[in-house]
Design a protein. Sequence first.
Length: 71
Amino acid sequence: MNESLETNENDIESLAKDVPVLSKYAVLLESCVKLRYLQKISVVGIDPASIPSEHLNPGILPPVEQSDLFS
């Protein structure tokens, strides 16, 4: 089990190099959750939680209907 934790830490370090800035949210995640989070965001190369809210434009998002939330 200890070997698995070391492997996760190595994977986390490796994936963190692909994302230049990690949000406070990402830094504080448990290691198993952090690993999965880094696997996802390393594909795009940016942590979406680190984007300042003033750079987000809700006008470009598609409309969401009530039925979309149930699907």
